[in-house]
Write a protein that binds this ligand. Structure first.
Ligand SMILES: C[S@@+](CC[C@H](N)C(=O)[O-])C[C@H]1O[C@@H](n2cnc3c(N)ncnc32)[C@H](O)[C@@H]1O
Length: 355
């Protein structure tokens, strides 16, 4: 490959050139993206993350004969692959092939195989799974990694394009006259500390977390699913905001776990002081999913002890403001299974499962 072509590819991917074995340098992420490009990127990252999670979970079942235990296979899988020379070679070869072949500005290929309808069936071997992980990791990197995904999402928050979603939360809080002394909030999936939730003046304390912090020191780099639940009421929050995060979570079971876990972070109601949850999903998750509709989400929230105070649909998003009735109102026995609600091949597969 000529130097010129290499440079062009690195510019397209928004990354400096590096080999898979080199330590990754800090990569420049594009500062601007056209709205259509941003939407395409967000969609592609969701697809890649979803498949990666399914493939790693299959891989962790198949490798169960391995004696070494891994604290978190979704993070440690590379250690496991690299321990075995044959698998390491498969992973690296696929990573490099994908890196060389992928044109980031072209409509991407199917992640697994269009012939198998992208289904990971039971006959798939460890080698095939490792190859798929190599392919996904390489594409993710070549598209600029999570940072680029976040840039695309931040651009979606641009005031000229409707502003960040917490603008609706603050409007609703002011309509309700909600607010207390020493009011605290937990913002899950926080892209910026300059959002309306931070500027509205209702909250004295805001804990901001994100899988990949864009503002170290202000936004804690933390997976909400791994965040230990507070053991005392004083460490809980008056409000939890979880906007456009559950749809990012890669499996239906983890989405269910995330929704249930939010309750553990909310203060139980005392007198007039009620805790709130602000929740946002892309509209297609409830309007056009094969497995989920508005009733499903509303049922889950009501079983978890929430009462809907406000609901709003824009062209693209669904917003809820929910009041929590406390631990005693949580139905700990209810389950939600993956059931087909709508038929048709133009549907998406967004789904929440509660076990
Ligand atoms: C589409 S952005 C939404 C950002 C913002 N809340 C909004 O409404 O525009 C999703 C964010 O959620 C973060 N995220 C996804 N899963 C997460 C998790 N398990 N824990 C913490 N953050 C997570 C991602 O890193 C990403 O920054």
């Amino acid at each position: 490959m000529t130097k010129k072509l290499q440079k062009k590819r690195s510019l397209l991917s928004g990354k400096r050139l590096h080999s898979i074995t080199q330590s990754h340098e800090t990569k420049p992420t594009p500062k601007t993206l056209k709205p259509l490009r941003a939407r395409q990127l967000i969609r592609r990252f969701h697809v890649l993350l979803k498949y990666k999670s399914a493939i790693l979970s299959k891989l962790s079942q198949l490798k169960s004969v391995d004696t070494e235990t891994y604290e978190d296979f979704s993070v440690d899988y590379k250690k496991w692959i690299y321990k075995q020379p044959k698998l390491k070679k498969i992973y690296e070869t696929e990573w490099k092939n994908t890196w060389d072949k992928l044109k980031v500005n072209k409509t991407p290929d199917s992640v697994i195989d269009p012939k198998s309808n992208d289904v990971i069936d039971n006959s798939v071997t460890i080698e095939e799974l490792v190859k798929l992980v190599g392919k996904i990791d390489s594409e993710t990197e070549k598209r600029g990694g999570l940072e680029t995904y976040q840039t695309a999402s931040t651009l979606g928050q641009d005031a000229q394009r409707g502003g960040d979603s917490s603008k609706i939360l603050t409007k609703w809080l002011s309509e309700l006259g909600w607010g207390f002394p020493e009011c605290s909030a937990l913002e899950i999936g926080c892209l910026s500390s300059k959002n309306m939730i931070s500027k509205c003046g209702v909250f004295d304390v805001i804990k901001r977390i994100d899988l990949h912090s864009q503002e170290p020191g202000v936004i804690e780099e933390q997976d909400f699913l791994k965040l230990p639940s507070p053991t005392s009421e004083s460490n809980k929050f008056d409000c939890v905001s979880c906007s456009l995060v559950v749809n990012f979570v890669p499996s239906p079971e983890l989405r269910g776990e995330m929704m249930c876990k939010m309750c553990e972070f909310l203060k139980n109601p005392t007198g007039e002081r009620h805790s709130l949850l602000f929740f946002v999903l892309p509209l297609p998750c409830v309007e056009n999913s094969r497995y989920c509709d508005l009733n499903t989400i509303n049922l889950i929230w009501s079983k978890l002890g929430f009462q809907t105070l406000k609901y709003h649909q824009s062209n693209k998003l669904a917003y809820w403001l929910l009041k929590w009735e406390g631990e005693s109102k949580v139905d700990k026995t209810f389950t939600v299974k993956k059931n087909e609600i709508r038929k048709g091949n133009k549907r998406n597969n967004f789904c929440v499962v509660i076990k």
